[in-house]
Design a protein around this ligand. Structure first.
Ligand SMILES: Cc1cc2nc3c(=O)[nH]c(=O)nc-3n(C[C@H](O)[C@H](O)[C@H](O)COP(=O)(O)OP(=O)(O)OC[C@H]3O[C@@H](n4cnc5c(N)ncnc54)[C@H](O)[C@@H]3O)c2cc1C
Length: 814
């Protein structure tokens, strides 16, 4: 037997499907000294009792690509390793029992087409032809994804482990990791029951134990174990081996063929958490007691769908715990708290489907030092301090589990764990009928109910109840003046002798301006992709103030922190709670601001792209002359203690100018008309400023080095193969939500990254990248005949190269 290693390059903790896949791929990338440590035996966590359905479609293009890769990998692994996997590409059916669900699956089918997956709509009869034992009396329709499949979870994991070993990885069982060594904020090794191993990288793939393993390193891994049950029947006449998997979301259930019988499970609306006080010792190859009463409602639904179940003998009933997360997505990437500590966990009952692709992405992340593609939706840095509160995590996670199969309404908000973080205006805005949404724990006004209506979202597939109210807020900003409470913005300072040098390296835009300068800039990765999109104000020679989106607080902070070059005197601090932010926007904004401060705020006295300290009452307010809505206006950063006083003054002064409170849904409509990009949808790590039409914001003409410069300079020399464009649809009843497919001359060339209604232009607006390997020239864009696929229907659209709305001529210079 080989000696226990004392040194490794990477230590992977956990021998479930995710750990084994990560080892397989990391070794495949040529990494030597990859050691996987499993506390008990391989597969003994959640993997051994998974049902084995492998679906591919997710609402993110890149996560769908990862799942597509899993399918491709599982299809070849048996031949590659000689280990059986039980992989069967028998397709997947999804049913719709009402009109709204049908619209949802029509939109999903279009999303699948956008992401390059075949997905066909079927009539109830066609669905039944594929799944003869199902009752279709209540079916409205179905969708079929022919490349979905199923696998034997333990076998596929053993195949990955075998492949990993043959590529040089070492797998050690019965070896729990009990502590993690950290020095100067980086991992240096692990302590195990068999000895210590020094290493450069630790990868936490410990499934539902990942929270505890994370805690060993001071890393928050927000997940909650939840009981998940399914049963396995004896053989049923008419159940054939090639039967597609079946998801029946309106009946909360799923089915899979299993040795001539069926696996049937589901997602109850009232899930039961497990091990809130910690997972018991010795819980491996273990199951929980079955809870027949809890399963009964699902059984009733399943019997209505598959009457033959009534006669089938139950071979086994499984109650296995699985880790779920507060937003339903898994957790990947390098932890913000500790360098070299990576996480791949929280798989929300799709770890078998996700394991192949997630292991590959995680291995590439480790090896490359950056995420290999935009993985923001699963990035561990999407969480924040509040996710260290297990009560919050549990409550939100159970809400998400309970909604696993409910219709995902457009603009749907979470309900649990609220309110959590509030702006100083929260109570005031509540009394003014604000309807709040939540973002990273913050309550933010989405819209304001007027005329006696109730500030509650009523979800629908078409236009929702807030549509007219948001229209009124939009018009207030365009025609008069509106105040948006943007206090949840994340705010940082970078200070020190070398603050300019540090930010000069990280920012693609030129921030080296005199005090009072304001820069809208991107921060790019080595590929030139946009990691952060934010505003940098120069406060003093040695101090900068940075403002970024609410949801990006952890991510952007970590990006800046990691990229400050060694040896520079530049300190980063989070000052989010020090300032409330009011965006005062609209052609009358100057009148309102001028009435509450004595300073010269004329265009000459306070030009666009500058910031100044203004006195409003007793408060020293940082006023940033910038806009995200395309109107004259200021972002007012107000010391938190003075927030209410300043707000009241602005509202009082604004009365005669028709000031209105406005919310985030109006911002979305306004920014779509003006063509401002949103990070996380229109721009992100996969898109460069050149592709996004933002070359103007990049200092390529200056001879200064910055992160991502080489990639951008190289890209400038050849034709762009993707470019962001604006699309409008004339038919007002068409609802654009994003992810609709873009066609050029009948060929699929991309999908919408964001979309919505523009109240001024009175049109549906969408943004999306047009792709062409031979280059997307201006002629290509201008000569092509473009269409959008919306909920499987092709609709004509117009492509625009410039913003749809531009007030410059009449207003900004006023
Ligand atoms: C009932 C049920 C049905 C499911 N059905 C499906 C399905 O149909 N399709 C699908 O895609 N997914 C399904 N899943 C989900 C799937 O099982 C999981 O997402 C997946 O197995 C997670 O794999 P993992 O590698 O992350 O975790 P695990 O398999 O739990 O592996 C983690 C490993 O880490 C080890 N470990 C923990 N702590 C330590 C330590 N300190 N040191 C060393 N080792 C440690 C554990 O022993 C364990 O083996 C289902 C889950 C359940 C419960």
């Amino acid at each position: 037997m080989a000696e226990f290693p004392t040194q490794a390059r990477a230590v992977i903790i956990g021998g479930g499907i995710v750990g084994c896949s990560t080892a397989y791929h990391l070794a495949g990338l040529g990494w030597r000294e990859v050691v996987l440590l499993e506390r008990a035996k391989l597969t003994s966590g959640s993997t051994f009792h998974a049902a084995g359905l492998v679906g591919q479609l997710r609402s993110s293009a890149n996560i769908t690509q990862l799942l597509k890769y899993s399918v491709e990998l599982y299809g070849r692994l048996e031949e590659e390793t000689g280990q059986a996997t039980g992989w069967k590409p028998n397709g997947g059916l999804r049913l719709a029992c009402n009109a709204e669900r049908m619209i949802e699956i029509e939109r999903q089918a279009t999303m699948a087409h956008s992401f390059g997956l075949e997905m066909d709509l079927l009539t109830p009869k066609q669905a039944q032809d594929l799944w003869p034992l199902m009752d279709i009396a209540d079916l409205v329709g179905a969708a079929y994804l022919p490349t979905d499949g199923q696998v034997n979870p333990s076998d596929i994991t053993q195949a990955l482990a075998k492949g990993a070993r043959s590529k040089g990885a070492r797998i050690i069982e019965d070896c729990p990791v009990t502590a993690i060594h950290i020095k100067d904020g980086r991992v240096t090794g692990v302590v195990t029951a068999q000895g210590d191993i020094a290493c450069e990288v630790v990868i936490n793939c410990a499934g539902q134990w990942a929270r505890e393993v994370g805690a060993l390193a001071g890393v928050v891994v927000p997940l909650q174990s939840v009981q998940h049950q399914y049963l396995i029947t004896e053989a049923i006449a008419g159940i054939e081996p090639g039967l597609p998997t079946l998801r029946d979301p309106d009946r909360l259930t799923y089915f899979k063929e299993d040795v001539g019988g069926l696996v049937m499970g589901g997602y109850e609306r009232n899930p039961i958490p497990w091990a809130q006080d910690g997972i018991p010792e010795g819980f491996h190859f273990s199951l929980l007691d079955t809870d027949v009463d809890h399963f009964e409602p699902l059984m009733e639904q399943a019997l209505a769908r598959v009457p033959a179940l009534a006669e089938a003998g139950v071979k086994e009933m499984i109650n296995g715990p699985e880790s779920f997360t507060p937003d339903g997505n898994f957790i990947l990437g390098e932890a913000p708290e500790v360098g070299g500590f990576f996480v791949g966990a929280g798989f929300n009952a799709f770890g078998i489907a996700g394991g192949g692709g997630a292991g590959k992405a995680l291995a590439e992340w480790v090896a490359g030092g950056e995420a290999p593609m935009d993985l923001w939706v699963v990035d561990i840095k999407r969480f924040a301090g509040l996710h260290g509160d297990q009560d919050f995590v549990c409550e939100r996670t159970l809400e998400l589990y309970g909604k696993h199969y409910t219709i995902a309404w457009p603009h749907e908000e979470h309900e649990s764990g609220r309110p959590r973080r509030v702006s100083p205006l929260y109570e005031r805005l509540k009394t003014q009928c604000a309807c709040f949404g939540s973002k990273l724990g913050w309550e933010r006004p989405n819209w304001f109910a007027t005329d006696g209506t109730t500030p509650i979202d009523e979800y629908a597939m078409g236009r929702q109840n807030w549509f007219p109210a948001v229209g009124a807020e939009h018009r207030a900003a365009r025609e008069r003046v509106a105040l948006f409470d943007a206090s949840s913005f994340a705010k940082f300072t970078v200070s020190g002798r070398d603050a300019e040098a540090a930010l000069g390296w990280i920012c693609a835009g030129d921030i080296a301006k005199p005090t009072g300068g304001l820069t809208y800039t991107q921060m790019c990765n080595q590929r030139g992709g946009i990691e952060c999109d934010l505003t940098v104000a120069r406060i003093a020679n040695d101090e900068f103030y940075i403002v970024t989106g609410t949801g990006f607080a952890t991510h952007d902070y970590a990006w800046i922190e990691r990229n400050i070059p060694d040896g520079l005197d530049a300190r980063l601090a989070d000052v989010t709670d020090d300032f409330a932010v009011f965006s005062l926007m609209g052609p009358r904004a100057r009148d309102v601001l001028g009435a509450v401060c004595g300073d010269d705020i004329s265009n000459d006295g306070f030009p666009f792209g500058r910031w100044r300290a203004l006195a409003i009452g007793d408060a020293q307010v940082r006023a940033l002359r910038i806009t995200y809505v395309g109107e004259l206006g200021w972002e007012l950063h107000v010391p938190t203690a003075a927030a209410l006083e300043v707000y009241d003054k602005l509202m009082a002064a604004g009365m005669r100018h028709g000031i209105a409170n406005a919310g985030y849904r109006a911002i979305e409509s306004l920014r779509l008309e003006k063509g401002y990009r949103a990070w996380g949808s229109d721009i992100g790590p996969d898109f460069t400023p050149l592709e996004a039409g933002m070359a103007w914001a990049v200092k390529l003409r200056q001879n200064t080095p910055f992160l991502g410069r080489e990639a951008l300079a190289a890209q400038k020399e050849s034709p762009l193969t993707k470019r962001l464009a604006c699309f409008t649809v004339d038919e007002p009843e068409v609802v654009l939500l994003g992810r609709e497919t873009i066609y050029c001359d009948g060929e699929r060339v991309g999908w919408l990254t964001s979309a919505g209604w523009g109240y001024t232009v009175e049109m549906n607006i969408g943004y999306g990248y047009v792709r062409n390997p031979d280059g997307v020239s201006s002629e290509y864009l201008e000569s092509g005949a473009f269409e959008l696929e919306v909920a499987t229907r092709r609709v004509p659209c117009s492509l625009h190269r410039a913003a749809l709305y531009d007030p410059k001529m009449t207003r900004v210079k006023a």
